[in-house]
Ligand binder design. Sequence first.
Ligand code: FES
Length: 253
Amino acid sequence: MLAFKEVLLSVPIAAITKNFGMCVLALCLGFFSARTHLLWVATTGFYLYKKGINVMTDNVDRSKRRLLLAATTAAGGVAAAGVATPFVLSFMPSERAKAAGAPVEVDISAIAPGTMKVIEWQGKPVWVVRRTPEMLSLLSKHESELTDPTCSVPQQPEYCQNANRSIKPEIFVAIGICTHLGCSPSFRPEVAPADLGANWGGGWFCPCHGSRFDLAARVYQGSPAPTNLIIPPHQYLSDNLLLIGDDKKKGVA
Ligand code: FES
């Protein structure tokens, strides 16, 4: 498709050089080519190059030569910018990509005690669980069975490196992706179900290869998952409004 720039630039060049033939040729070639800008530059450049040789050999006045050089430079610059712009823009993140990585607000008021809400942040599932006092009391009872009970591996922000792995004890937030091979573990809050054994105190079970995590998403020894699950940066914007993905905004503690 013929670009507006080609039309716009061919007119002054034609006027300056008093040769419409080459400009018409450039327009026609540009019209039939998918590489409109490159072809336009090549064709016009060739013509101006030829014209420049004539200028050097003939007795042409200097002001005309200067005009010709200025037109060449301007035309080349604009056309090169036209070619480069799509490539540069292709490296910039789209609005959709920026939105996908943006922090997400979560209303936690409707999460009943003992239940979990799943939201999406950066294309990943994020769990928000309202733990009951009974659930919290179980966390300290099986620490000897965990791979990293004190969370020494930095899988969480510093403000969550505590006994509950959370800002407020009852509200727990974690990215729901297994640290083994990336499956999403199942929420199994019940105590001692038949399929998970009498020692099961609630948590998450990864069906892919059998990794087990407690209700603070700390991994049990013997699981293929090497580390506890990741806790994303988050903060409270109000008592019932969580912001996932950003802990620097002005909110409440
Ligand atoms: S991906 Fe979870 S145990 Fe392998």
